[in-house]
Design a binder for this molecule. Structure first.
Ligand code: ADP
Ligand code: MG
Length: 233
């Protein structure tokens, strides 16, 4: 497994936000973790990317224990998080935001830029516009493309569908699916359980910091408990 998490805990003071979480992501897999608001999804991603300390358990990446590794070194290892709420440089152009994503990698990012514009054609039309003037869906595309410019080995997506109209949700998830087809390994956390599980190889359900279900994405979509709690069916 590319990512192997065992017994992971995280706290905010006395709040026990992650309770002995076990999960794994294999090379080339698209794994979704779904859960309600406040379940601990963002905390989990922040703990994986190293901006939030683990208070117990281990995180292994390619078999190496990275539990205590600082965040910037995890980025250098290829673990890239697209944060909740996008966090773009609003006054900078779309293209400058994308180029910043390749900054650490060095070299010539032009070929990668063209790949990003092929993935999200609308960004090519808007490449000279300040990122902050784009719609929410387009800003999400910039945020994902910026992370991809670093050529991640593991892409962590935090609720890419948040705040988007249904049509744009479909567009974002199509792009995520096409990234997976091109071989990118993706760990996606979402409140939008239907959209996430529909494209995932495997899925986990997180409830108040605990993994309560784990199965193939299609099996979770058909699971009665998931249907009732997350799909409104
Ligand atoms: N900075 C923080 N300080 C204290 N508690 C926090 C902080 N961030 C999140 N929490 C708490 O941790 C729990 C998990 O939050 P979070 O990981 O943001 O959930 P999700 O992303 O699934 O909505 C919630 O109970 C939340 O209130
Ligand atoms: Mg969150």
């Amino acid at each position: 497994m590319l990512l192997e998490v065992r017994g992971l805990n995280s706290h905010y003071g006395r709040i026990h936000a992650l309770k002995s979480v076990d999960l794994s992501v294999g090379e080339g897999e698209l794994v979704a973790l779904v859960g309600a608001n406040g379940a601990g999804k963002t905390t989990l991603l922040r703990t994986l990317s190293g901006v939030q300390p683990a208070t117990g358990g281990t995180i292994r990446f390619e078999g190496v224990d990275i539990t205590g590794m600082p965040a910037h070194r995890r980025v250098a290892e290829g673990i890239l998080q697209v944060p909740e709420g996008r966090q773009l440089f609003g006054p900078q152009s779309v293209e400058d935001n994308l180029r910043l994503g390749a900054y650490r990698r060095g070299g010539d990012p032009d070929a990668d830029l063209e790949r990003m514009y092929a993935l999200f054609p609308v960004l090519k039309d808007k490449r000279r516009q300040p990122a902050g003037t784009l719609s929410g869906g387009q800003q999400q595309m910039v945020a994902i493309a910026r992370a991809l410019m670093a050529r991640p080995r593991l892409l962590l997506l935090d609720e890419p569908s948040m705040g988007l109209a249904p049509l744009l949700v479909g567009e974002i998830f199509n792009a995520v699916q096409s990234l997976k087809r091109r071989g990118t390994t993706i760990f996606l956390v979402e409140q939008n359980a239907y959209a996430a599980l529909a494209i995932a190889d495997r899925g986990y359900v997180l409830e108040t910091g605990e993994i309560t279900l784990h199965d193939a994405g299609s099996a979770l979509l058909a699971n009665e408990r998931v249907k009732q709690a997350y799909l409104g069916l």
